[in-house]
Design a protein around this ligand. Structure first.
Ligand code: CA
Length: 225
């Protein structure tokens, strides 16, 4: 995920860049409005963080330029000003969120993640479900009937795959390439063992049973009629 930060204050800019990089984002930092607008129009970003008071052109003008060009990436405003007018102006111009300086980095990160998630919402749900089984992709958590189920990383990936392709019989070779890796030998019984363990955790003691074996073909997760 790539983020554009436009901030003229060196300390704040470096702090943002470093924090966001450590959180796993790729960050471009512009020190004034014109550079910021130029980058926003020529590069592809998943989100922009704009300071309001900038040399050259201010954050409002950067945002206007971005929206005028048809780019709809989420924009988070940073400002020292806490006037209601500013918030209204920012939102009218198409800002998605607002953070008043000084702010805690954790707060900024939470807002950034929320905006990115909101942007992706239509493409992918946060929670995959079958009957009363829920797999929360963001919190990496699985529950059945509201009760938490502890899974290993491989079991989680396996269940995620089965849930995403619900109702489809998945051959072992496909499971092997998606959950293990391309060079994994799907003739071993590793997948069978993993399925058995997963089934014990997900289905034992619950109805309806969700994970089924399609003999000689593979495995399928479905809510049987
Ligand atoms: Ca500034």
């Amino acid at each position: 995920m790539k983020i554009l930060v436009v901030e003229d204050e060196p300390k704040t800019g470096d702090y943002l860049r470093q924090g966001l990089c450590e959180a796993g984002f790729v960050v471009d930092l512009a020190r004034d409005g014109l550079d910021g607008l130029h980058l926003a129009l020529t590069e592809a970003y998943d989100l922009a963080i704009l300071d309001v008071m900038l040399p050259g052109i201010d954050g409002w003008q950067v945002l206007q330029g971005v929206r005028r060009s048809g780019k709809d990436m989420p924009v988070l405003f940073l400002t020292a000003k806490d006037a209601v007018d500013d918030r209204v102006k920012g939102l009218e111009l198409g800002a998605d969120d607002y953070l008043v300086k000084p702010f805690a980095f954790s707060e900024l990160l939470a807002r950034v993640r929320t905006l990115l998630r909101r942007g992706n919402k239509l493409k992918e749900p946060d929670v995959l479900r079958a009957a009363d089984l829920e797999l929360d992709l963001l919190r990496r958590r699985v529950t059945r009937c509201g009760k938490k189920i502890d899974l290993t990383a491989k079991e989680f990936s396996l269940l995620e795959l089965l849930l995403r392709r619900q109702g489809e019989v998945l051959p072992r070779s496909l499971i092997a390439s998606q959950v293990w890796d391309m060079n994994f030998d799907s003739d071993t019984n590793v997948i069978e063992v993993a399925i058995r363990r997963l089934r014990a955790k997900v289905d034992d003691g619950y109805e309806p049973k969700l994970i089924h074996t399609a003999r000689g073909m593979g495995y399928v997760l479905e809510v049987a009629e």
